[in-house]
Write a protein that binds this ligand. Structure first.
Ligand SMILES: C[S@@+](CC[C@H](N)C(=O)[O-])C[C@H]1O[C@@H](n2cnc3c(N)ncnc32)[C@H](O)[C@@H]1O
Length: 366
């Protein structure tokens, strides 16, 4: 996959987030702004975050999965630190959050409010590191030491997305999770547009075509990427819209579990789970991803990969597991995946799938 000229693009991104933008209001499109509403439960936590930090929030989604208490978390491209300080409250004094960013001005805002937030929360569990997310191995972070890696509207800005994904995999513990929001295009962005500093800074020109993202994720060892949420991005600036033409952009949140040996498709091993209703905030239904809403107490048939995601991660205490991998009953259609043959119970719809939601069904699963 073509990579734009890295040093020039990096310098442009640093200038964009370091000095061109002073606050979210300066953005020329809605690409990097979270138009979605924040869940009510998080509002009091956001209210404790310093206004200077909030003013420089440029995220495009929510990177707050459930069950965070006590976790060790890494935020890639943390910017001024909004998500770091939000997650710091959710992991609590027994957990910790490390934020990495390459732009000095952004880190200065984050770092400058560390003491303020320690006083607000009653504990200090945050630190910031200056560095590039393509070189996570140079930041003194111990391999296999993080339970969760998050990122909010940053991977699209990277000029070496393969390096980012493999670096994340190296830092995650077994069963850990990369949970991140980003911008995706409905096709490959032409090389000429990829060199446009404004479009790049606005999180459009570096956006991956969604199916290329799935390929990269699998190549990095995240065999079954799961789509959590997505929304279309509106390009409101007429000049920017004229340059991007017919390309459609979406913001999407994926969760990638670090589980060795996941299958490359949904396979039916005759397994099921029963949700205990015990994840805080989810007494009746547990949403694993966009395609799995698992009701409390109900026997819920799953493919082998979903079975492992629910039984080999921090989610395990909240599920009873039924079955093992001793049998195989063919392709698992319950995730919306496809079987190529006519006359089977599973309809073949993948070829026409246009957007990330369907792409997950078409490729790995669910
Ligand atoms: C769109 S902003 C998002 C910031 C933050 N995640 C938030 O939600 O407010 C992108 C951030 O990623 C940082 N960034 C972009 N490319 C990077 C890279 N290759 N390495 C480290 N940081 C990077 C920028 O400096 C900027 O702070």
């Amino acid at each position: 996959m073509t990579q734009p000229a890295a040093p020039a693009i990096k310098a442009a991104v640093q200038a964009y987030y370091g000095s061109t933008l002073q606050s979210s209001d300066d953005l020329r499109t809605s690409a990097c702004c979270d138009a979605g509403s924040v869940p009510d439960g998080l509002k009091p936590l956001l209210a404790r975050i310093h206004p200077d930090v909030l003013a420089r929030y440029y995220g495009c989604g929510l990177v707050v999965p459930p069950l965070l208490e006590g976790l060790r978390v890494l935020d890639l491209g943390c910017g001024s630190g909004r998500d770091v300080y939000l997650l710091a409250q959710l992991v609590g004094p027994g957990g910790s959050v490390v934020g990495v960013d390459m732009t000095a001005e952004q880190l200065a805002v984050a770092e400058g409010h560390r003491q303020h937030h320690a006083e607000q929360f009653g504990y200090a569990n945050v630190r910031f590191v200056c560095g590039e997310i393509e070189q996570l191995d140079r930041l003194g972070l111990e391999p296999a030491s993080f339970d969760l890696v998050v990122s909010n509207c940053v991977v699209n800005l990277s000029t070496d997305k393969e390096a980012v994904l493999s670096g994340v995999r190296r830092l995650l513990k077994p069963g850990g999770e990369f949970h991140f929001a980003d911008v995706y295009a409905d096709r490959r962005v032409p090389a000429a547009l990829q060199q446009d500093p404004l479009l790049y800074g606005e999180c459009l020109a570096g956006a991956l075509y969604w199916n290329d993202f799935l390929r990269l994720a699998r190549a990095a060892g995240f065999s079954d990427p799961r789509l959590v949420a997505d929304r279309p991005l509106l390009i409101t600036d007429p000049q920017v819209a004229a340059r991007t033409g017919a390309i459609a952009f979406h913001s999407a949140t994926y969760r990638l579990f670090n589980i060795d040996g996941l299958e490359d498709a949904c396979e039916d091993h005759g397994q099921a789970v029963i949700y205990r209703g015990t994840v805080p905030g989810h007494p009746s239904v547990f949403p694993l991803d966009k395609h799995h809403r698992i009701e409390t107490g109900r026997v819920f048939p799953v493919c082998g990969n979903t079975f492992r995601m629910l039984t080999e991660t921090r989610l395990a205490p909240h599920f009873s597991a039924i079955g093992d991998f001793s049998g195989h009953y063919g392709f698992f259609g319950g995730c919306g995946s496809t079987c190529p043959f006519d006359g089977t119970a599973v309809e073949a719809t993948a070829a026409a799938a246009p957007m990330p939601a369907e792409s997950v069904s078409a490729g790995g699963c669910c």
